[in-house]
Write a protein that binds this ligand. Structure first.
Ligand code: WQD
Length: 362
């Protein structure tokens, strides 16, 4: 055998061993808010990461932030995962992927009510393409970005993973319920694929460096970026969608979780799958703080920690909103061995520091 091909053969052998040790993770939606924070934590934990995103709701600026924080320039592929040919080309290019963390999806509750087909097509087609391609490329592990919206308006609070799945209150929530069902059925039919679904509550905040954070494209749908954009003067006034709910102060209650705490849970989950420590082929965990906070409480706490007075008014309810939901986190705490570390005050301050930095205000 020619000297050159012998060397190449030896290199390929070493690379295959290295790949296994390196543990390569594909992060879809990896330039997004939660995705970018998870990429940072994966790299910090020693994983090799490939980022895929179609940039429909994020910008490549987060790639620079990730590199500045970690010192690593993770390979980025701009791809629409609904385009199966393009998706497969990515998997052909980036071989030896051991697991996928699937964030790529639209996630604005209010927008999903106005544009249901946009949500059903994007969120379900991208997942189905992924699940279909995984076995062909030897990928056995998927961590799925799910949501507390699968609980709809729970009858009992806090919600546990066994709480009944209520009819979704929005097409967004419906896509998460359907996605979990699709994954459950694919895992049951496969003898190799295993999965963990992480049901997020309300991710907010930003990395302590303020180099990555939530950067919605256009007018924010979510409460937190609307608060910080109002506080910095980009938005004139914050609308509080209803104060006539059956809650102590009349505004909706949510479980606001620091995005870095949430990101760390993904490292814990993907390690659990890759080291075969999962107890069932498909596991589900609630990721929240276990504490419910109302919209008005969030506003007053933000004003307290930042010293900024927020200009807001009460308006009518928003279609698709649930009245109140927060997590029972005992299963994730005890079984996954994960819990949130940040206080609400620290979380709000991190969101404010991020908003100030991207507007060059400090
Ligand atoms: C929170 C509260 C609004 C904007 C989010 C994510 C979704 C999922 C669940 C992860 C509601 C009120 C909002 C505003 C307001 N997370 N609000 N004025 O709807 O709970 O959904 O968490 O999967 O992806 O979107 O979050 O921030 O939109 O709303 O009064 O301008 O704030 O009515 O009560 P939501 P949100």
């Amino acid at each position: 055998m020619k000297e050159k091909s012998k060397k190449f053969k030896y290199f390929t052998y070493i690379r295959s061993k290295f790949d296994y040790i390196m543990k390569k993770i594909l992060v879809t939606g990896g330039t997004g808010f939660i995705g970018s924070h998870t990429v940072v934590e994966l790299i910090n934990a020693g994983y090799e990461v490939v980022i895929a995103d179609n940039l429909s709701n994020s910008k490549t600026g987060s790639l620079e932030g990730i590199e500045q924080i970690t010192g690593v320039k993770a390979p980025f592929e701009r791809v629409d995962l609904c385009d199966k040919v393009a998706f497969e080309a990515l998997l052909k290019k980036h071989r030896s992927i051991n697991a996928v963390i699937h964030f790529a999806a639209f996630k604005a509750v209010g927008e999903s009510v106005e544009q249901p087909l946009k949500y059903y097509h994007n969120n379900l087609t991208s997942l189905i393409n992924l699940l279909d391609l995984m076995p062909q490329y030897g990928i056995e592990n998927i961590v799925f970005s799910s949501s507390c919206t699968v609980y709809g308006q729970p009858e009992q609070l806090p919600v546990t993973e066994q709480s009944p799945i209520q009819p979704a209150t929005s097409p967004y929530g419906q896509t998460k319920q359907i996605s979990e069902t699709i994954i459950r059925d694919v895992v049951a039919a496969s003898d190799r694929i295993k999965s963990i679904a992480l049901r997020y509550f309300n991710p907010i905040g930003a990395h302590a460096s303020a180099l990555i954070g939530e950067l919605p494209v256009g007018t924010p749908n979510n409460l937190m970026p609307f608060i910080t954009q109002t506080a910095i003067g980009i938005r004139e006034q914050l609308n509080v969608f209803g104060n006539d709910y059956n809650t102590p102060d009349g505004s909706c209650i949510r479980d606001y979780i620091h995005v870095v705490d949430l990101a760390k849970a993904h490292v814990t989950a993907v390690s659990r799958l890759m080291e075969n420590r999962n107890k069932k082929p498909f596991e589900i965990f609630n990721l929240g703080t276990g504490t419910g906070v109302s919209v008005l409480e969030l506003i007053t706490t933000f004003e307290k920690v930042t010293g900024v007075k927020l200009n807001y008014r009460i308006v009518g309810r928003r279609a698709g909103d649930t009245e109140q939901v927060w997590a029972d986190t005992s299963f994730a705490n005890n079984e996954l061995g994960w819990k949130t570390l940040s206080t609400l005050e620290e979380t709000l301050l991190s969101a404010w520091n991020w908003e100030k930095r991207i507007n060059n205000n400090g």
